[in-house]
Design a protein around this ligand. Structure first.
Ligand code: BES
Ligand code: ZN
Length: 767
């Protein structure tokens, strides 16, 4: 059992923080003062306890506001071994419930850990530069100032920053006042924030520039990056942010309460992005796009991240989970809203296909082992969040469950429920049941009863369909790859492709009497988090037909391929049967469906690794599958190509290269040879061409690493990493290892996990 943290919001409720912070960039120190006014609640006590971590407390007093005036009491700091992340302040007299103001002086070190207040390092015009930024979620505000660092303890913030005069400063709200101090530093006062949780406070200080625009409601939207980045690379994300902000304002029927929304690309960032209210922070690759060498997948990534973080401005920022065990209320919703929003803004992207490709795969791949967490799990201390919350579960599975609810109760009920939920809980905190209540009211269905079993139990059900003419016997049990399953039950929306007597399977067994013996496809668009196994040969044959003639829609096909893959891993179907299913589908025209079709092949490859003859056979299958499409598509994008055609081209080129088709390999090598530098290559082809060059020992590794080090574009660095880690020969691998994650320290700390993942994927570098 891990540690469990006492909840400090149970004894003190902050209402406002007046926080001033001074940054000493040279000494990598900060110092400040915080004045917290709030209510002491609970029993009279001599102690006030706040969160803090690694801060030096330089002074502390409390002012009691009484009827006859204010009384100031100096507080003593008590050290306790037992208290982690806390400062306990002691008063000589009892403090009764009522209104108090606590004043604390403090200082601390700026460290490179990418949370709390931290430096981002970059180079500009040959000089090493630093930008300072914050990352407070989940519990790092306490590393910068004493506070009640719990999502429930919402308050307003008045922030004042003192910083170097030549640099720009940003925070959640617009600047209220700015002046130069006597020692030529810049003192910036920001407007009061809305009532919000500490984890959403943020600021950034550095040499940055922006592009700016306005929504139709007059909200100013700015996108920022360091001056080392070209301003034009911010334009894509800024336009997307305006459209996304307008979309959610309308979708939630709830206005964005701030006058401006800033988003900034940070050179060093631990995750991908963070939704701080009014100041969203990103990794550079999550915000910057080169308009001169456009990459469809790069731009789609940016749109997804922007949509995710902007949806949090409502889901998370305006209405916040009471405690971290309901983190899914933030993350599962933001994850589904990405697709709801982009499907509306970019109908030609067919985003629900991308959703199936990303979240259906991630969730069903992860949820099939016995030790997996549920979407909603107990959190005793926020330190546990890191290990407890598996992105495949709290993001992907959670999003899939919400999609299931969408398809079951309908979008109208969801939107009505959301609107009233935001109205009731704006600037407040909630638990899951609050949301269920609003959806139940809007839909007339018992949503809690439907959703709770899915959120609180881990795992996913297997539905076995046994056919006897017009009678179907359906049995559910947990689908597990690593163990036999014990009995477990879910209320399962059947979402069949035709009318059936029951839409919700509540029991372990269900018998359906149908009007005729025509096959039925259950879970028609894959939104129910379940695997369906059709036992009868007639049904199996039907699945082969609908996948190869594409008479079922694309997401439905993806789901059938996903089920076939999982069932073959499970052993209820053979891998060769599944491969056969796929080999009949070479006519498939949707790229996302291809991604699902190729998974059993990848599994087979892994399984047969090292067996030369089998590897050769897999290459032949790939060649056979890709040949025709590749011949039609060729190498280069055309003006008139749809997004799907562009994506399909990348997939087919990759398959031809994996199959080592001679003319295609030769073309890739000649494209490599004819480029002066990596950035000359079209961004979507870059990693494929580099991979081919390095596999054939034709890549100039020194030159490529030179480019890796000198560029400040992380999309370019990512494509180099993806390409070079395809190396096969020992000498190249040794060099790549040394140059990347070895002692050369060329790779930023934030990117080391990516290099590891790529190196582990390659059978020749894995060991
Ligand atoms: N709020 C999260 C980031 C976060 C979560 C930080 C928990 C600390 C603790 C943010 O909204 C997020 O989910 N970011 C994702 C990217 C997103 C597009 C899925 C990330 O950074 O991976
Ligand atoms: Zn999120």
């Amino acid at each position: 059992m891990g540690k469990s943290a006492p909840r400090l919001a149970e004894s003190f409720r902050p209402e406002n923080y007046k926080l001033s912070i001074e940054i000493d960039a040279k000494k990598m120190l900060f110092s400040g003062k915080v004045v917290i006014s709030g209510q002491k609640i609970g029993r009279p006590a001599k102690r006030i306890t706040l969160h803090q971590k690694d801060l030096k407390i330089t002074s502390a007093k409390v002012i009691k506001q009484g009827k006859t005036g204010n009384e100031t009491i100096e507080l003593e700091r008590i050290n306790s071994q037992k208290s982690f992340d806390e400062v306990r302040l002691h008063s000589p007299t009892l403090l009764y419930p009522g209104k108090y103001t606590v004043e604390i002086g403090f200082s601390g070190h700026i460290t490179e850990q990418m949370h709390g207040l931290y430096p981002c390092n970059y180079r500009h015009k040959g000089k090493e530069k630093k930008l300072f930024a914050t990352q407070f979620e989940s519990h790092h505000a306490r590393e910068v100032f004493p506070c009640i660092d719990e999502p429930e303890a919402k308050a307003t913030f008045d922030l004042t920053l003192t910083t170097p005069a030549t640099e720009s400063v940003l925070s959640n709200t617009p600047v209220k006042k700015q002046l130069e101090t006597q020692d030529s530093r810049l003192k910036t006062e920001f407007e009061t924030t809305p009532v919000m949780s500490t984890y959403l406070l943020a600021f950034a200080v550095g040499e940055i520039h922006r592009v700016t625009s306005k929504t139709k409601d007059g909200v100013e939207v700015n996108s920022w990056a360091t001056v080392a980045q070209s301003k034009s690379h911010l334009e894509y994300a800024n336009k997307e942010a305006v459209d996304v902000l307008e979309f959610f304002t309308d979708y939630f029927k709830t206005p964005f309460p701030l006058k401006k929304l800033d988003q900034i690309a940070l050179p060093d960032f631990d995750s991908m992005a963070m939704e701080n209210w009014g100041l969203i922070t990103y990794r550079e690759v999550g915000l910057l796009a080169d308009p001169g060498n456009r990459s469809q997948s790069g731009e789609q990534l940016i749109s997804l991240v922007v949509a995710h973080e902007i949806s949090h401005q409502w889901f998370g920022n305006l209405v916040t989970m009471k405690w971290w065990d309901d983190l899914w209320l933030n993350e599962s919703f933001a994850s589904i809203m990405e697709y709801v929003c982009l499907d509306a803004l970019h109908p030609d992207w067919h985003m629900w296909e991308n959703f199936a490709e990303a979240d259906m795969i991630a969730a069903s791949n992860r949820d099939v082992t016995s030790n997996v967490q549920a979407v909603k799990s107990k959190v005793n201390h926020p330190d546990e969040l890191f290990t407890l919350f598996d992105p495949s579960i709290v993001y992907a599975k959670g999003a899939r469950l919400i999609k299931m609810m969408y398809d079951f109760i309908g979008e109208d009920a969801i939107r009505t429920g959301l609107k009233s939920y935001f109205k009731e809980f704006a600037y407040k905190n909630t638990v899951s049941d609050d949301l269920w209540r609003h959806f139940s009211k809007a839909s007339g269905q018992d949503v809690k009863k439907l959703m709770d079993p899915w959120l609180t139990q881990s795992g996913m059900p297997l539905l076995n369909i046994h056919r006897n003419d017009r009678k179907l016997d359906i049995v559910q049990k947990r689908f597990l790859l690593d163990e036999n399953s014990d009995s477990q039950k879910w209320p399962i929306p059947l979402l069949a492709n035709k009318k059936i007597p029951t839409n919700l399977m509540k029991e372990e067994k269900l018998t359906l009497e149908l009007d005729n013996d025509e096959p039925v496809v259950f879970n028609r668009s894959g939104s129910t988090h379940a695997v369906v196994n059709y036992e009868s040969a007639q049904d199996k044959k039907y699945l082969q037909k609908v996948t190869s003639d594409r008479s079922i829609d694309s997401v439905g096909r993806m789901n059938l391929f996903n089920d076939a893959y999982l069932l073959s891993r499970h052993g209820s179907e053979s891998l060769s049967e599944t491969l056969e299913l796929i080999e009949n589908c070479a006519e498939e025209d949707r790229d996302s469906v291809w991604q699902l079709m190729l998974r059993p092949l990848a599994a087979a490859k892994l399984f047969l690794e090292g067996d030369e003859k089998s590897e050769q056979a897999i290459k032949q299958i790939k060649l056979k599958l890709a040949k025709k499409h590749f011949k039609n598509l060729g190498w280069d994008d055309r003006e008139t190509d749809s997004p799907n055609t562009k994506a399909l081209r990348v997939t087919m080129t990759a398959l031809m290269l994996q199959a080592e088709e001679k003319t295609v390999v030769a073309e890739a090598l000649s494209r490599y040879k004819n480029s002066r530098q990596v950035t000359d290559l079209p961004s979507e082809q870059r990693s494929l061409i580099l991979a081919t060059a390095v596999k054939n020992k034709k890549a100039d590794l020194d030159k490529i690493f030179e480019e890796y080090t000198s560029t400040n574009r992380s999309d370019v660095q990512r494509s180099i990493a993806a390409g070079l880690t395809a190396a096969k020969d020992a000498a190249s691998i040794k060099k790549i290892l040394e140059k990347s994650i070895g002692k050369d320290e060329v790779v930023r700390v934030q990117d080391i996990p990516m290099w590891f993942a790529y190196l582990m994927r390659n059978q020749y570098s894995r060991s």
